[in-house]
Design a protein around this ligand. Structure first.
Ligand code: 5GP
Ligand code: ZN
Length: 113
């Protein structure tokens, strides 16, 4: 069994509040939400992070944006939201399976902390 928590969620081996899943991507609620809407969208295939993406990942990674739009609409935050991909510990990446954060439901500041 993999020790990657997001692989386990994708494969149904760990609990999560899954909102969307197809053959390429899975979306689920973040366990520690940082905003009223905080959803993670991940490629089903294990990619460590943004620094490890390859050209053959482009179609799947593009789909992260499409699913983000659909989920943002579903949760009523389509007018504004923030999409975040942290890469590396010092940038805030704590799970080494590439994931896009969809944050919505409150105002955001720029630059981020
Ligand atoms: P990162 O810090 O790597 O950009 O984001 C990782 C996110 O995954 C964090 O917001 C954290 O709350 C979330 N997370 C970590 N473990 C789990 C888990 O087991 N289930 C869910 N649903 N979210 C998790
Ligand atoms: Zn993984």
């Amino acid at each position: 069994m993999t020790d990657c928590i997001f692989c386990r969620i994708v494969q149904g081996q760990a609990p999560a509040r899954i909102l969307y899943q197809d053959e390429d991507v899975t979306a689920f609620h973040d366990i520690h939400p940082g905003s009223p809407v905080h959803i993670l969208i991940v490629p089903n295939r294990h990619i460590v992070g943004a620094a490890q993406v390859e050209p053959e990942d482009e179609a799947v990674l593009g789909k992260l944006f499409t699913v983000a739009r659909l989920v943002a609409e579903e949760f009523g935050v389509a007018e504004w939201y923030r999409l975040v991909v942290n890469n590396g510990r010092s940038a805030g990446q704590s799970v080494d399976h590439l994931h896009m954060h969809l944050l919505g439901g409150r105002r955001f500041h720029w630059p981020p902390g």
